[in-house]
Design a protein around this ligand. Structure first.
Ligand SMILES: NC(=O)C1=CN([C@@H]2O[C@H](COP(=O)(O)OP(=O)(O)OC[C@H]3O[C@@H](n4cnc5c(N)ncnc54)[C@H](OP(=O)(O)O)[C@@H]3O)[C@@H](O)[C@H]2O)C=CC1
Ligand SMILES: N[C@@H](CC=O)C(=O)O
Length: 407
């Protein structure tokens, strides 16, 4: 019997309990072991739970779990950045394998936790931290043995994709769509992490660091979220037969890399344009294998819990990749070279519009609107040039929306 200490009984934790219960017999038969949750750590012990649980299984004292000799795997699903890190570190230092879905912790402490686990010869697995139910990280680590990976691109946040799809396809209002995504269990406890792009950035930091085998830190990634998008933007994007998605991308160039999370406009026929609602998709490029595309539900109770359990099964069957999967390449950040055409919408009081309109004329390839809001398609231009121009015009961040165009 393999004993699990489950930390967190929210959306994902509940899913883990449910799948384990439903597949108990099959698991015993197929992997020859019973996997049993011995203890569950929660924050609020008095909260009413939706599922039936064994008596006394819930605790709010982590030491009860850490000191339990029957528990060999800690499954961290709290979503708490500081405590989650501490729980994981203490687990590894106590000789327990770790599975987590906490991308905030993995992203912030990736190097330290990876090397601690390798040093202790323990598992530190985080499949559910990127792409929800999509089995991307195990596959990526596998392909890295044979390939040099030079590019990773993806729709990495189910909440944002749900909001953008709902606004674009169903005409839903932004807040209405966000509320549904929260009700469906897709969003983070604080949905700012989703809509401002931090969640995508963290997932990209994890993917990019693995893929390029060199540290790509959170601060290396240019970031724009989707919170400023309006029905006006959707209308403009539709008018040019394009579609919008939040895309994260890391790409190796000859002398370094670019890393960016941005709302991105693309033709309706392009690959990512057809990844809708809570689906995510990740594409990576290896020098031998070529382009590999993965797609599946990027958030939600059961898909995410499935990814968590896949890690647990890998530990029980001893089929996970041992050692530290991170490389030591030193890569230059070349984000200043990021160049594209952009959709730019600026919303200002009428009296300020004239001055701004004049100033952006030089970078404008096509004028989409000059009434109510100014909206243009820019010439091919460095992203940071646009930001500089907007800041020189003293345009507040909340008064513009910018999206990269990919052909
Ligand atoms: N939801 C999703 O679709 C996905 C989530 N993830 C990640 O999975 C993790 C869990 O997400 P989710 O289940 O949605 O989160 P929830 O907010 O639904 O649940 C969090 C759970 O953790 C408990 N908890 C929170 N902080 C602490 C703490 N400091 N100590 C002990 N217990 C704590 C809460 O206790 P209590 O119940 O008492 O409040 C709750 O049971 C997060 O890291 C998230 O980013 C990853 C992929 C997809
Ligand atoms: N909030 C996240 C959950 C999964 O990682 C998302 O919406 O993708």
């Amino acid at each position: 019997m393999v004993g699990i200490g489950l930390l967190g009984l929210g959306t994902v934790g509940t899913g883990v309990v449910e799948i384990l219960e439903e597949r108990q017999e099959e698991l015993k038969f197929l992997i020859g072991e019973e996997i049993k949750i011995k203890k569950i750590l929660v924050k609020n012990i008095d909260k009413k739970r939706e599922i039936q649980l064994e008596e006394n299984i819930i605790t709010s004292d982590y030491n009860e779990i850490l000191n339990c000799e029957d528990i060999s795997i800690i499954v961290e699903l709290t979503g708490d950045l500081d405590q989650g890190y501490k729980y994981i570190k203490d687990a590894l230092n106590s000789g327990k394998d770790v599975v987590t879905a906490n991308k905030a912790v993995v992203s912030k402490h990736f190097e330290e936790l990876s090397s601690l686990a390798a040093e202790k010869d323990l598992a530190f697995l985080y499949e559910a931290s990127v792409g929800g139910g999509i089995p991307i990280l195990k596959r990526l680590k596998g392909e890295l043995i044979l390939n040099k990976i030079t590019e990773v691109q993806g729709i990495l946040n189910g909440t944002c994709n749900y909001i953008l799809s709902s606004m674009f396809n169903k005409g839903l209002d932004y807040n209405e769509a966000l509320k549904i995504a929260q009700d469906m269990g897709y969003a983070e406890a604080d949905p700012t992490a989703d809509v401002e792009g931090y969640d995508t950035l963290r997932k990209l930091r994890i993917l990019g660091t693995l893929a390029l085998q060199g540290k790509i830190d959170e601060s290396d990634i240019l970031l724009e979220g989707i919170s400023k998008i309006t029905p006006f933007d959707i209308e403009q994007i539709k008018s040019i037969d394009f579609i919008i998605k939040l895309i994260g991308e890391v790409k190796e160039l000859e002398d370094g890399f670019i890393a960016v999370v941005q709302p991105t406009i693309m033709k309706e026929s392009s690959y990512f344009a057809n990844v809708d609602m809570a689906f995510n998709s990740i594409v990576f490029l290896g020098n031998n294998v070529g382009e590999l595309k993965f797609s599946g539900l990027g958030a939600g109770k059961l898909p995410t819990a499935n990814a968590v359990l896949a890690d647990i099964v890998d530990i029980v069957e001893d089929t996970y990749r041992k050692g530290n999967p991170l490389g030591e390449r030193k890569l230059n950040n070349l984000n200043e070279k990021l160049k594209a055409e952009y959709y730019l919408r600026i919303s200002l009081p009428e009296e300020q519009e004239g001055k701004v309109f004049k100033a952006i004329k030089n970078i404008s390839k096509k004028l989409l609107s000059e009434k109510e809001n100014i909206a243009i398609i820019t010439n091919e231009i460095e992203y940071l040039e646009i930001i500089k121009l907007l800041s020189s015009l003293e345009i507040d961040k909340n008064n513009y929306f910018i999206a990269r165009i990919i052909k």
